[in-house]
Design a protein around this ligand. Structure first.
Ligand SMILES: [Zn+2]
Length: 381
């Protein structure tokens, strides 16, 4: 699939969608995003429910109006937050077949998300792509936990679909104004469970599918085998979203498996921490070396937390060696920072903790990612 038509325009695939978790990509505004070639963003139901709160989002005219972003928005269901907050620390709430109750930080305020409520919120926010509430796990969780997660994810997806159809029928939305509904495939590292989950979800019927669960193993390696297997379970005509995959090397690997959508806060978070991405050569032709074939594992030193790959490298802006660098972060970048400012000046902005540093660094990393996706789109054609 090359293009996804949505109520607020199209997404050319594959596409990277930066996380605008709280309704904003931190430290940049929507004009900055557009300048970097960003096509769409991902916002999060759970976080927006807490801040600014659902009634406030609606009073401010929905997500597009509120954030000044007129291009596509994918909303995440809150399932991943249940995993990261509750599965890892049961004191933060509880998970039942009915839904999820959050009590973050053991605060007195409770937040409840049921499959129906998650869908109602996403539709009322005006999202272009709505994601079913799912029960997310880590690949190392016991088989029994994975089994429970799959059954719950299927049951919740059924309830999500019913609520979604009720809402779009009630609103009498014409076809082109209807958001898409995405379901998430769980099952951890078990092929049997992934297959069961995918088959059931395909049977219920959705517009697209997501790879659910944390996509890395305990050492930070991409779960190549199971990601590739899950992609094969879904017919090629459906768009697939590798949720939470954001490392450039992993985005390349998953694109070559056939995934179309990516979202992560990694490039923008790295930027704010002074870790900048730079291509090691001028634009196309190719991004070696994951070649046509995807290796069975990608070691962290190659594409993980510690280093770059041979087609891109990290520039640590706060390193002393950059104090007097009068050239840009990267000679192969056309972002506003590289066009107008030197790496030495950006180093100085970081040193004096000037907020402009975050904005310029974020625009640089976003531009890196959008250009990476341009290269990958060209490769797919
Ligand atoms: Zn740049």
């Amino acid at each position: 699939m090359n293009v996804l038509q949505l109520p607020h325009g199209q997404l050319r695939l594959p596409v990277f969608l930066p996380d605008a978790t709280m309704g904003v990509v931190r430290s940049v505004d929507s004009a900055d995003l557009a300048r970097c070639g960003v096509q769409g963003v991902v916002m999060n139901v759970f976080h927006l429910m807490r801040h600014p709160g659902s009634s406030t989002v609606q009073a401010l005219g929905g997500l597009h109006q509120m954030s000044g972003w007129q291009r596509p928005i994918v909303t995440d269901s809150g399932g991943f937050q249940a995993y990261s907050l509750i599965r890892q620390n049961p004191k933060n709430g509880s998970l039942t077949n009915n839904g999820i109750t959050f009590r973050p930080g053991q605060s007195r305020r409770r937040f409840t998300l049921t499959p129906e409520k998650s869908i109602r919120l996403q539709v009322s926010y005006g999202a272009d792509v709505v994601v079913c509430l799912d029960d997310c796990t880590h690949v190392d969780a016991p088989l029994e936990t994975q089994r429970e997660s799959v059954e719950r994810t299927i049951a919740w997806a059924r309830r999500c679909k019913r609520e979604f159809e009720r809402l779009v029928d009630q609103k009498e939305l014409p076809r082109e104004q209807r958001p898409l509904l995405l379901a998430v495939i769980q099952g951890g590292g078990s092929r049997d469970l992934r297959k069961r989950c995918a088959n059931e979800l395909l049977e219920i019927g959705f517009d697209g599918f997501g790879y659910g669960g944390w996509p890395l193993d305990g050492e930070g390696n991409l779960l190549v085998d199971i990601l590739a297997y899950v992609r094969e379970l879904v017919p090629a005509e459906f768009p697939t979203h590798a949720l939470g995959v954001g490392h450039p090397a992993y985005v390349v690997a998953c694109t070559r498996m056939g995934y179309d959508l990516f979202d992560s806060s990694m490039p923008t978070r790295d930027a704010r921490h002074g870790r900048l991405y730079a291509f090691t050569s001028e634009a196309p032709p190719s991004i070696p070396p994951i070649g046509g074939e995807v290796p069975s594992s990608i070691p962290p030193h190659w594409g993980g937390r510690k280093g770059g790959a041979d087609w891109f490298s990290y520039v640590y802006v706060t390193d002393d060696k950059h104090i007097k660098t009068d050239g840009p972060i990267s000679p192969y970048c056309d972002c506003p920072c590289c066009t107008d400012y030197s790496l030495g000046y950006l180093h100085h902005l970081f040193e004096v903790k000037e907020t402009l540093a975050f904005r310029l660094a974020t625009m640089h990393n976003l531009r890196f990612v959008t250009r990476l996706m341009e290269r990958l789109r060209a490769e797919r054609r």
